[in-house]
Design a protein around this ligand. Structure first.
Ligand code: FAD
Length: 220
């Protein structure tokens, strides 16, 4: 019987081999594709926001859907033309079409993966005991350590690990009970919010958001 799993060529845009030779994983790990000024003559720039995997291929789970669509569009047009285009810069959100309803059934991008994961992580804190036993704390510590290694957006995981391991120890998981753990998770989420330029969440309200519902009754 043949292997039902999609082959690599089905999960990655079909990029001409020499399309993005200047983009090493090291360059991508800092965040996104290089600026126009950094692109050497004769090379092609990736659309803004495309993150490479450690093997140098575009990382779908690390990239927004808009940037991914811009990448596949770019690759298709270059394949059709048979040559690298003269214009290299592209703004993903401006050039990519809006997602169709069918795309709800597509693999997640970095944002959908993130939203789903935060729902899971905050729910984990909501279900945590008010006072955790040493064993419960140890299990959660192990989970967080594994999670921070296995999270599929590898740049996100790396930054999360670095944040948790801050040398002073001030970002180490606080696991004595629900209140501590919920607030710690809120702070972890705020760290990512800050990095992405988003508004911080007021951690006094994490429990209303994720456990009890808002006091105004809007979730009842
Ligand atoms: C561990 C981790 C690391 C990530 N790192 C990156 C990254 O490096 N780059 C990247 O592009 N994306 C990253 N993401 C994804 C990113 O955090 C968002 O999930 C994504 O951008 C979608 O954002 P959003 O605005 O829909 O809301 P989200 O940030 O996903 O938040 C979902 C909901 O949580 C609530 N909320 C927001 N902040 C808090 C908080 N501090 N405490 C409690 N509740 C809160 C709000 O109600 C919000 O609507 C990461 C996700 C995770 C889980």
């Amino acid at each position: 019987m043949s292997d039902p799993r999609p082959q690599e060529s089905e999960t990655q845009p079909k990029l001409p081999k020499s399309l993005f030779p200047h983009q090493t994983p090291a360059a991508a790990s800092s965040s996104t594709a290089p600026k126009d000024d950094d692109v050497p003559a004769g090379m092609t720039k990736l659309p803004n926001g495309v993150i490479l995997d450690k093997d140098g291929k575009p990382c779908r789970l690390c990239t927004s859907a808009a940037s991914w669509r811009a990448l596949t569009k770019q690759a298709k047009s270059q394949t059709a033309a048979g040559t690298a285009p003269a214009a290299t810069a592209s703004n993903a959100s401006a050039s990519a079409p809006a997602p169709s309803p069918m795309q709800a059934q597509c693999p997640p991008d970095v944002e959908e993966l993130g939203r789903s994961t935060w729902t899971f992580l905050h729910s984990l804190t909501a279900a945590y005991p008010a006072k955790a036993s040493p064993e419960q704390q140890s299990e959660m510590r192990s989970f967080l350590s594994l999670f921070s290694r296995l999270y599929p957006c590898w740049v996100c995981a790396e930054d999360f690990r670095t944040w948790m391991a801050e040398p002073s120890g001030r970002n180490a998981p606080r696991l004595s009970g629900r209140a501590d753990f919920g607030t710690w998770m809120c702070e972890a989420h705020n760290e990512v919010n800050r990095k992405l330029g988003k508004k911080e969440f007021d951690c006094r309200f994490w429990e209303e958001r994720w456990r009890t519902g808002w006091k105004d009754g809007s979730c009842d």
